[in-house]
Design a protein around this ligand. Structure first.
Ligand code: GDP
Length: 367
C-alpha cells in the first residue's frame, strides 16, 4: 500500500524526487562487462613515469593524486617511479607562492584557508591545500576529514585538497608533503597552502618548505602566547588574530596592539620585513583582502632583495640533507646484521655490562 502511494507520488512529483536525476548530476556509466574489462586492464598496466609527468603538467588532477599516493607508498617500485616523476616535474615547479599556516587547534586554520582560498580562486588562481600531521590526529589519512572541513573549497574546480600523509615520523611525513608541493606546482597550482595540525612539532617542517609563514592566534584566549613558543612567533612573517567578527572585533583589535608591542622587541627578521599583525574573519571575510596584500607585498619585497631565492635554495639543501640522513638511518636499522648486533648490545647495556656510549661506538664502528 505504502509502495503504491510512493509510486503515485513519484509520478506526480517526478522532478522533486531525490531519486530523479538532478540537473548537473550526470548518470554514471553503466557497469557492464566492457567497462569492467577496461578497468581491469587499467589496473594491470602500470603507467610509466612519462605518462604521469605528461598528464600532471597538463593539469590532470587524477594523475596528480595518484602520483602523490605513489610518494606515500612504502613499496619499493612505487618509490622508484615516484622519484622519477618528481625529478621530471622539478623543472616545472617553483612558480607558486607557498604559504604555511600554524596555530592551536580551533584557532580557525581551515576556515581561513577556505575563505582565503575562495577569495584567490575569484582572482583566477588555482589553490592546493596540503597538510602535515605526523600524529594523524585529525584526518587519519582520510580525505573525508579535510573535505568536510573545507566544504566549499573542496568542491571548487580550481582547488585541490590533500590530507596529511598517513601518520608517521615527522621527517617522513614532511618529506612527502614537500614532494607533493613539487607535483602540485607542476600541475599548475599557483598558491600552495601547507597547514600544520596542532602545535608543537611540525612548525619547523612547514617553515622549511614555505615562502611565507602565517601564525594564527585567538584574541583574549587567556594565555598570551597560547602555548606558542617565542621561537615560533619569531619564525612568523605575519600574525593573524582570527574570528574578528561580532563581539570579538574589539578584543581582536586589542590583541593586535598587544602582539605588535611584543613583536617590537624581537630581533629584525632575516627577510628584511617586520612581522605584520592583522585581524581577519573567515566568516565575514573582513581582513582577507588585507591579509593577501600583506602576503603579496612580502613576496615582492623578498623577491627584490634576494631573500626569496636565497631561502628556497637553503630549503632545497636542507631537504637533500634531510633525505640523506633519513635514508642512512633507514638503511642502518634495516640491516639484518645491525639488527642482530643491536639486540645483543641492548641486553649488555640493560645489564649494566657496558655503557650506552661504548655500545653505540661498537655498533657504529662495525664494518
Ligand atoms: P582549526 O582547528 O584551526 O582548523 O579551526 P577551524 O577552522 O576548524 O575552526 C574552529 C572553530 O572556530 C569552528 O567551530 C569554526 O566555526 C569557528 N570559526 C572559524 N573561523 C571563524 C571566524 O572567522 N569567526 C567565528 N566567529 N568563528 C570561526
Amino acid at each position: 500500500m505504502y509502495f503504491c502511494f510512493m509510486k503515485k507520488k513519484d509520478k506526480d512529483n517526478k522532478n522533486n524526487s531525490a531519486l530523479s536525476v538532478q540537473k548537473g548530476i550526470e548518470r554514471p556509466e553503466n557497469i557492464n562487462s566492457e567497462s569492467v574489462k577496461r578497468f581491469k586492464k587499467q589496473k594491470k598496466t602500470k603507467k610509466s613515469s612519462d605518462e604521469y609527468f605528461n598528464e600532471i603538467i597538463n593539469g590532470n588532477i587524477n594523475y596528480l593524486s595518484q602520483a602523490i599516493t605513489l610518494t606515500e607508498s612504502t613499496l619499493h617500485e612505487d618509490k622508484t617511479i615516484s622519484q622519477e616523476i618528481i625529478n621530471k616535474c622539478v623543472s616545472y615547479s617553483g612558480k607558486s607562492i607557498r604559504i604555511g599556516f600554524t596555530g592551536v587547534p580551533g584557532v580557525g586554520k581551515s576556515s581561513i584557508i577556505e575563505t582565503l582560498g575562495l577569495y584567490l580562486i575569484e582572482k583566477g588562481k588555482k589553490i592546493a591545500v596540503l597538510a602535515i600531521d605526523p600524529s594523524g590526529t585529525r584526518s587519519k589519512g582520510s580525505i573525508l576529514g579535510d573535505k568536510t572541513r573545507m566544504e566549499q573549497l573542496s568542491i571548487a574546480k580550481k582547488a585541490f585538497i590533500r590530507p596529511s600523509p598517513a601518520a608517521g615520523f615527522l621527517g617522513g611525513v614532511a618529506a612527502k608533503t614537500a614532494e607533493s608541493i613539487i607535483l602540485c606546482e607542476a600541475a599548475g597550482f599557483d598558491v600552495i597552502f601547507v597547514e600544520t595540525v596542532g602545535v608543537g612539532q611540525s612548525e619547523i617542517a612547514v617553515y622549511s618548505m614555505t615562502d611565507f609563514f602565517l601564525l594564527l592566534m585567538l584574541a583574549g584566549a587567556g594565555d598570551e602566547l597560547q602555548g606558542i613558543k617565542r621561537g615560533i612567533m619569531e619564525m612568523a612573517d605575519a600574525v593573524v588574530i582570527t574570528k574578528a567578527d561580532g563581539d570579538n572585533i574589539l578584543k581582536a583589535k586589542a590583541a593586535v596592539t598587544e602582539y605588535k608591542n611584543a613583536i617590537h622587541l624581537f630581533p629584525p627578521s632575516k627577510s628584511g620585513n617586520i612581522i605584520q599583525v592583522t585581524t581577519a574573519s573567515a566568516f565575514s571575510g573582513d581582513g582577507i583582502d588585507e591579509l593577501w596584500k600583506i602576503i603579496e607585498e612580502y613576496i615582492e619585497n623578498t623577491k627584490n632583495n634576494g631573500y626569496f631565492t636565497q631561502k628556497r635554495k637553503e630549503q632545497l639543501k636542507f631537504r637533500m640533507n634531510e633525505t640523506i640522513s633519513e635514508e642512512l638511518k633507514r638503511r642502518f636499522y634495516e640491516n639484518p646484521e645491525i639488527k642482530k648486533k643491536l639486540s645483543e648490545l641492548e641486553a649488555e647495556v640493560e645489564n649494566g655490562n657496558i655503557s650506552p656510549y661504548f655500545a653505540a661506538k661498537i655498533i657504529l664502528d662495525e664494518k
